[in-house]
Design a binder for this molecule. Structure first.
Ligand code: 2F8
Ligand code: CA
Length: 311
């Protein structure tokens, strides 16, 4: 009942509520005492509107408090976010700086890489060029090696030949003539003695030789050339040279000193004739035809001689 005033006797269970109302609405209430001596409170009841106001005020207060708390919370949160934003901004700036530095470093590295690539390509070209030079040098070296080997072989052959010649020259005594592996000696035509076949052989043996065995056309031509070189050709039977050929064992069977039978002789025409049945030793003479220059004569006849010594 709006705007009505009521006096009520407080119940124990209503005391606390009324106390609160009383305290909150001093100005709106009057106090008295009931007949029991208890304080009697008279309340001026404001009605639903007042309570609503009070409740609304309380709610508003609470809401204000909540709002304040929310604002404070938001402020704190904002402050945190702001600080975080500042930190992030700083980090972003720092990151941007780092990115710029990284980009600059990347550019430098790219330039260095390109420079290295150019250097590498130049090195590859230089290497190829050097390889070509080395290949040419190797080919030249191989050619020189082959030439050297050929020269070494030629030198070896020449040295072998020189050694053989030196040995031959060394082994043929002075005044002796060399043909292949034998040395031949011819006594002077115009001086010195003439001797029988046996004495002549002994002279040869004194030199470690023996009367010459002319068992080939080459030897005959060689000896004839030496005789022709020693002086003019005299058609004399006294200018002969004993050789190592006889037919003492069997007439007509001519044998060399080494025991081999004569195969081919270089006799004058109509020789050997064993004149007076006394000619068993053979001699050679200086004549125009070297292949017809032998005669048989008495073994005790005095002639020059030809010695032969094998190397
Ligand atoms: O007519 C050939 C004849 O000539 C000389 O005798 C006259 C020779 N005598 C000497 O050489 C010693 C023969 O042998 C030769 O057959
Ligand atoms: Ca004769």
């Amino acid at each position: 009942m709006k705007d009505s005033v009521a006096y009520t006797e407080n119940k124990p269970e209503d005391h606390a509520y009324n106390q609160l109302i009383s305290e909150d609405n001093n100005e709106l209430s009057t106090e008295g005492h009931n007949h029991h001596g208890h304080p009697e409170t008279r309340h001026k009841v404001n009605g639903p509107s007042t309570q609503t106001y009070r409740l609304t005020t309380a709610i508003l207060g609470i809401l204000c408090a909540v709002l304040m708390a929310t604002v404070i919370g938001l402020c704190v949160s904002y402050k945190g976010l702001s600080e975080e934003h500042i930190v992030l901004s700083q980090n972003s700036s720092e990151t941007n700086g780092n990115m710029e530095q990284l980009k600059a470093n990347h550019d430098l590295l790219t330039a260095a890489l390109m420079k290295l690539q150019r250097s590498f390509q130049e090195a590859v070209r230089a290497k190829d060029s050097m390889q070509l030079v080395r290949n040419r040098e190797r080919q030249g070296k191989e050619l020189l090696q082959r030439q050297k080997e050929a020269l070494v072989n030629e030198e070896t052959q020449l040295r072998t030949r020189i050694t053989a010649l030196e040995k031959s020259c060394e082994r043929c005594p002075v005044g002796w003539e060399l043909l292949r592996s034998s040395c031949y000696f011819f006594p002077p035509t115009e001086s010195g003695p003439k001797l029988s076949w046996h004495r002549s052989r002994e002279e040869c043996k004194k030199s470690g030789a023996d009367l010459a065995v002319i068992d080939s056309q080459e030897k005959q031509e060689f000896i004839s050339s030496i005789l022709a070189r020693m002086g003019p050709i005299y058609r004399s039977w006294q200018r002969g040279y004993w050789i190592g050929l006889r037919d003492v064992e069997t007439e007509g069977v001519w044998k060399w000193l080494n025991g081999t039978e004569l195969a081919k002789g270089f006799w004058f025409d109509r020789e050997p004739n064993d004149m007076y049945s006394a000619e068993d030793c053979a001699a050679t003479y200086a004549r125009e035809n070297p292949l017809k220059s032998w005669n048989d004569a008495p073994c005790d006849y005095s002639l020059k001689w030809i010695c032969e010594k094998k190397l």
